[in-house]
Design a protein around this ligand. Structure first.
Ligand code: ATP
Ligand code: MG
Length: 358
């Protein structure tokens, strides 16, 4: 946490592909926004990622967790090197950090920006937040295969849903719903997965009754919610879900924000004293890397989330207003938003708009 006169220590992992481009274009605006709250930013550049893995055999050093723990937050670009296996890339860096720091909450806001064409109905105001459990569920990694290669082959993939993990993510979801003044929609599939999602329903409703009686709570089966998200995205506030559903629903929501180039995310552990991990939802985008045309705004918006989580609320708001102004004004839009601006020009436009946004 930072306060006026304090410093905010950010570990910067630019990573692979468009990662370095979007991070470099975003940092000046993020640093300037922290100053709005009187906070000075100290950046530590870490050369972790695919190039390092090819050079040394490891994407990050053995003491990586100790290194990041000496910081307040991590700003991450992207991982995914064309010469490396995609699954290996993720397991070499992103997942060890998320798991090692126990960043159990994945926050993915979806905001419809004025002036951008999206699949939402004209005039619909989209502003919802997906709160995804980040440590267990269907992504526990537990399972195996028997009778390999035979006609009788069977695979199991075990989903783990523990009461403590549901409780802490539920509190996180309720907290955001309270802060935003919105309804909390719990997305499960307890009519079919009665054990795991049955426990979710039970625990979330109990916490709601006990600790958040002022927050409206509704339950929806995830399939029905997917239809609602597409048909009436403006009707959603905070969506609370497990690991797999959260992964899918937040990608489903991205087009309503204007696409992957506009989709930020945060991985945090609200009550633990660990640095959060802030990253654009998109990957390394090898098809456009090195050409200076990637949209840096998802990274800028991830930076706004970083600032909000680290005691710079005014800077975070100003940065989001600067993004809104840049997108609405239109001349600094990158190609994915229908413009011709370079990555650097888009980042510079946000920095320039920041003065008026304070
Ligand atoms: P990963 O496996 O690393 O998640 P991916 O295959 O999902 O990668 P992304 O890197 O997420 O791919 O990119 C998906 C598509 O979106 C690509 O066509 C890419 O060019 C485009 N894209 C991603 N990020 C951006 C961005 N910041 N600006 C513009 N286009 C982007
Ligand atoms: Mg992807």
């Amino acid at each position: 946490m930072s306060a006026p006169g304090q410093t905010l220590r950010i570990a910067v992992v630019r990573g692979d592909g468009v990662g370095p481009e979007v991070v470099d274009a975003s940092l000046p605006a993020i640093v300037a926004a922290a100053a709005v709250d009187g906070v000075a930013v100290v950046l530590t550049e870490l050369d972790w990622g695919g190039d390092r893995q090819i050079r040394t055999g490891r994407a990050m050093p053995d003491d990586a967790l100790d290194v990041v723990r000496r910081h307040d937050a991590i700003l991450f670009g992207a991982i995914g090197h064309p010469d490396l296996d995609p699954a290996e890339s993720v397991w070499s860096l992103v997942l060890p950090l998320r798991k090692g720091l126990e960043l159990y909450a994945n926050l993915r806001p979806v905001v419809g920006w004025e002036g951008l064409s999206t699949p939402a109905r004209d005039g619909a105001k989209v502003d919802f937040l997906v709160v995804r459990e980040n440590t267990e569920g269907e992504y526990s990694g537990i399972g195996g295969r028997t009778h390999r290669g035979t006609p009788l082959e069977v695979a199991t993939e075990v989903a783990i849903h523990s009461r403590p993990a549901i409780e802490r993510i539920a509190r996180c979801g309720f907290g955001h719903a309270r802060e935003r003044g919105q309804t909390l929609t719990l997305a499960t599939k307890s009519n079919v997965n009665r054990h795991g999602y049955g426990l979710w329903d039970e625990v979330v409703f109990a916490i709601g009754e006990r600790e958040f009686p002022d927050v409206a709570l509704e339950k929806m089966y995830v399939d029905a919610l997917a239809t609602r998200m597409v048909a009436r995205p403006e009707s959603l506030g905070v969506v609370l879900c497990g690991n797999l559903f959260g992964d899918i629903l937040s990608d489903l929501g991205a087009p309503f924000a204007g696409g992957l180039g506009m989709a930020p995310s945060a991985n945090v552990a609200p009550d633990l004293d660990v640095p959060g991990f802030f990253e654009p939802v998109h990957g390394s985008a090898p098809d456009i890397a090195g050409r200076g045309i990637a949209n840096p705004l998802a990274t800028v918006l991830s930076g706004a989330m970083l600032l909000r989580e680290n005691g710079c609320p005014r800077g975070a708001d100003a940065l989001e207003r600067a993004v809104a102004a840049t997108v609405a004004e239109g001349s600094a839009r990158t190609r994915d938003l229908g413009g011709v601006a370079t990555t650097g020009e888009a980042g510079a436009a946000v920095l320039a708009a920041l003065g008026d946004a304070v």
